[in-house]
Structure formats: C-alpha cells, structure tokens
Ligand binder design. Structure first.
Ligand code: NAG
Ligand code: NAG
Ligand code: NAG
Length: 252
C-alpha cells in the first residue's frame, strides 16, 4: 500500500523523470531517526532500536542516521535544536535521495501533566515540517517497556500515547507503524527470562542492549516493509530473525 505522502512524492518524481537526479532519489534511501532514548545509540543510560536498524537492515548505499536523544520529549527535541538538525539534513539529502524521517516519542512526554494536546500538536508540526523539507514522515508508536505482570502479560503504560500518535497519523494519511503493539505481542510470546537478555543492563527494562537493538531494529524494518514496497526494496533481509520475531521465538 502506498501512503498519500509517498504517492505525492512519487508523482513529483515522475513529473521530473527526465532528470537523472530524480531517478537516483528512488535508488538510495536515507532514514533519519528522530526520537528519545528508546531510539538512541547505546550509552550509559540510553539505548534503543535505532542502531540495530542502522547497522543491519539496509542495503548500501541506503543508510540511516540516529538522532535519538536521551530524555527527549517532542517539545525538548524541537526546542533543544535536534529537530532543526534533522530537518536541515533532510533538505540536504533530499536533493539526491529519498528521505524518510521516523518520529517516535512518548516515553518522556507521558510523564508530563496536561500534555496530550501539546504532544499531538508537536507531532502534527513534525509531520508538516518533514514534508516541507521534501522528506517522508513516518510515525512510530512507542516501543514497550519490558515490565511483566505475574501472569506473563506486559505491564503497559504507553497504550494511550500509541493511540494519540496513530490518531495524528490518521488525520492526514501519514504512514505509521505500530511498534507499541508489535513489541508487546513479541515480549508476551518470548516471556520475561528472554526479555531480560535484551535489557541495556540489569534493572533497566526500558533501554535496549546491542542484541535488543538488533531485534527491535529488525522489527521496525519488518513493519516498515509491510507498509511500504519502496522501503522493502532497500531493506537487507534477515529471514531467520524476521521469522523468529514473527513467531515470538527468542533470538538471544
Ligand atoms: C552498530 O555499529 C557500531 C559501529 O560498528 C557499533 O559500535 C555498535 O555497537 C553497533 N550497534 C548495534 C546495535 O548493532
Ligand atoms: C546533519 O547531522 C549531523 C549529525 O548526524 C550534524 O552533525 C550536522 O550538523 C547536520 N547537518 C546539517 C546541515 O544540519
Ligand atoms: C548477544 O548475543 C550473542 C549471540 O547470541 C551472545 O553471544 C552474546 O553473549 C549476547 N550479548 C549479551 C551482552 O548478552
């Protein structure tokens, strides 16, 4: 299924199909990953799916850049300057490449009071900014924390935030993937003992180790590939890992 923004971009490219530049756009894709510590590079107190995605799920010359920022809310990401960096890179890369910007926030936004409307307004702004910089926005719902109830289900706190993000995406047909839902399904299938092996360190059930990043980076790519043939075309497959994730079989 093509999403509205992909179709628009496709038409724009088709209109300029005589230009070599536009044909290259389709061949090379760049993924700019905007988010909090659950997207960010592994560090002392942060680590998300971004680097696993970047290291293992794309075929060269396509690539990803991880802009995940520990502790970020949608507001701090914009006000602190990260967002301007993402957008200026989007503009630069989009002259020769197809640029996607993934937008995943919620873990820190959810800690603020009376913040729901601001969260939604920030996501709307991010979507329109990405489009204005000739790139394709992708809303990603918050990856689940790995806290379990005694019956093996996930103790979830992010359902509402996933729903807000999806509702914003649906307002104007922005592409989205429901990482929240898929991560919970997977975590409930693999169980707590296997989930603990994906933790950044003992006692941290929010952030991901390198192995955890590889699993969830793959999950993100699989979800994107299901939604977008154009993304699937630049993906580097790992059929074993994808099959294990789908079946809920632990890989580490
Ligand atoms: C990604 O690659 C970098 C550079 O090789 C490495 O330091 C990092 O641990 C890798 N991270 C993941 C999640 O694969
Ligand atoms: C692009 O992003 C990098 C970090 O990946 C940053 O250092 C650089 O300043 C950005 N470029 C622009 C033009 O904003
Ligand atoms: C990551 O997975 C590899 C392969 O299964 C394993 O050898 C390694 O010990 C794991 N790393 C950690 C930190 O658990």
């Amino acid at each position: 299924m093509l999403f509205k923004k992909e179709i628009l971009l496709f038409l724009t490219c088709a209109a300029g199909a005589l230009g070599v530049q536009h044909r290259n756009r389709a061949a090379t894709s760049v993924f700019l990953l905007a988010g909090d510590s659950t997207t960010a590079t592994q560090s002392a107190n942060g680590g998300g799916w971004g680097d696993g995605f970047k290291n293992f799920t794309l075929t060269s010359p396509s690539f990803a850049v991880n802009y995940g920022h520990n502790g970020a809310t949608t507001s701090s990401f914009i006000e602190g300057g990260d967002w301007a960096t993402v957008l200026s890179n989007a503009s630069q890369y989009s002259t020769t490449k197809t640029v996607y910007v993934t937008i995943q926030f919620g873990h820190n936004d959810q800690k603020l009071t009376d913040y729901v409307e601001t969260y939604k307004a920030n996501l709307r702004r991010m979507i329109s900014d990405v489009i204005a910089h000739n790139a394709i926005p992708i809303i990603v719902t918050s990856i689940s924390r790995r806290n379990y109830n005694s019956d093996g289900t996930i103790k979830d706190l992010l359902a509402d935030w996933a729903e807000y993000a999806i509702s914003v995406a649906n307002e104007d047909g922005t592409m989205y993937i429901d990482l929240w839902k898929s991560s919970i399904e997977y975590l409930e299938k693999i169980g707590e003992a296997a989930a603990r092996k994906l933790d950044l360190k003992s006692g941290d059930s929010t952030h991901l180790s390198v192995n955890g990043s590889i699993v969830f980076g793959r999950m993100v790519m699989d979800l994107l590939s299901e939604k977008s043939p154009a993304i699937k075309a630049v993906a580097r497959p790992d059929e074993k890992l994808s099959a294990d994730i789908k079946a809920g079989v632990p890989s580490y």
